[in-house]
Design a protein around this ligand. Structure first.
Ligand code: SAM
Ligand code: SF4
Length: 332
């Protein structure tokens, strides 16, 4: 329910902004090849990372002034930020739909605490079911722990557990059907993500993108499916298995951008406000917070930032410029 007294935050293309993605750390216990280099990431200095109180304040301003309805915690790897359940409790108290995206490696120990603290939904990344390939893709031998994390998350009573799987041609595109079967067997929705040009190694090539059509064709060759009509601003397109096996999704950022329905803005771990994953501009909220600005002043900064939100990303244009930050530094 929208906060009483809040008003819609409308961007220049008449989209209402209601969803905040918060990166709580740029650090990670994995080194996925499509996201980070093996070594040499420059971590943000600790003093530049927003405190829980600062994150809570910005989130509260978004909720109270502009009626934000959803918050997703991400990173880097959100579960490695110390005392993350304390932040979850603070944000849950705002009464929003609270979700997290995680690599799942520590969930076997943390899932129940996160649920108890008020986390409602969880997305767990899993790109392969093959132990060796998992170790190659994430540069960590953690498949067993992630699978256990998924199992514990399912028991912990979240509203929904979903799986995110980035598909990279020549790496795991041979596992689309296996991953879809895993989702059916486990009763969780798998959402296949097109590989985006946000990797730290700059190895992205269009040829490595496996597009939505190809992903859906692979699934449909195994099970009859039908499209689920779109609702709201969720980035995934969904299909339903006709035999009752649940749903499966694709996030087609590259081949079928969904920017027209975008209701999202982002906050980086070091307090930079971004209006798109691919934005090249940032708005420094950390400085505003630490300079002692009032809630109204900060709200105006948010409004100014949203006034620059563009119609959509330019990945498919010749003049596309990669953002300076990578996925783990922005918060995917
Ligand atoms: N560490 C957590 C995780 O991996 O789930 C949260 C942060 S991660 C940056 C968020 C999501 O972005 C993950 O599902 C990850 O697979 C995805 N991702 C990372 N780099 C990507 C890329 N270059 N293209 C598409 N998705 C990517
Ligand atoms: Fe870490 Fe997630 Fe990036 Fe993998 S995708 S390196 S788990 S932040």
């Amino acid at each position: 329910m929208t906060h009483p007294g809040a008003r819609d935050l409308i961007d220049p293309f008449d989209r209402v902004v209601r969803d905040l993605r918060i990166s709580v750390t740029d650090r990670c216990n994995f080194r996925c090849t499509y996201c980070m280099p093996e070594e040499g990431m420059q971590w943000m200095p600790r003093s530049e990372i927003l405190t829980f109180e600062e994150i809570e304040r910005l989130a509260r301003i978004c909720v109270e002034h502009y009626g934000f309805e959803g918050i997703r915690l991400t990173g880097g790897e959100p579960t490695i930020r110390a005392h993350i359940t304390r932040l979850v409790s603070k944000l849950a108290a705002l009464g929003v739909d609270l979700a997290m995206t995680t690599n799942g490696a520590t969930l076997r120990n943390l899932a129940h605490d996160l649920r108890q603290a008020g986390l409602q939904r969880i997305n767990i990344s899993l790109d392969t079911l093959d132990r060796d390939k998992f170790a190659r893709m994430t540069r960590r031998d953690e498949l067993a722990n992630v699978l256990e994390g998924i199992a514990v998350a399912k028991q912990a009573g979240f509203d929904r557990v979903k799986i995110n799987a980035v598909v990279e041609r020549g790496t795991n595109d041979d596992e689309i059907v296996d991953l879809a079967r895993f989702g059916r067997d486990e009763g969780v929705e798998v959402r296949f993500i097109e590989f985006m040009p946000l990797d730290a190694s700059d190895a992205w090539q269009r040829a490595k993108v496996v597009g939505q059509d190809e992903i859906v064709a692979a699934i449909a060759s195994e099970w009859p499916i039908e499209v689920v009509p779109a609702t709201g601003a969720a980035p995934a397109n969904l299909w339903r298995y006709l035999d009752g096996g649940g749903t499966v999704g694709v996030i087609p950022t590259v081949t079928k951008p969904f920017c027209g329905d975008c209701d999202r803005v982002r906050l980086t771990a070091d307090g930079q406000f971004r209006t798109c994953l691919f934005a090249t501009d940032e708005f420094d909220m950390r400085e505003a917070l630490r300079a002692g600005e009032t809630d109204d002043e900060i709200a105006r900064r948010i409004e100014t930032a949203v006034g620059t939100k563009w119609a959509g990303h330019q990945i498919n244009q010749v003049h596309f410029i990669r953002p300076k930050r990578t996925m783990s530094q922005i918060g995917g």
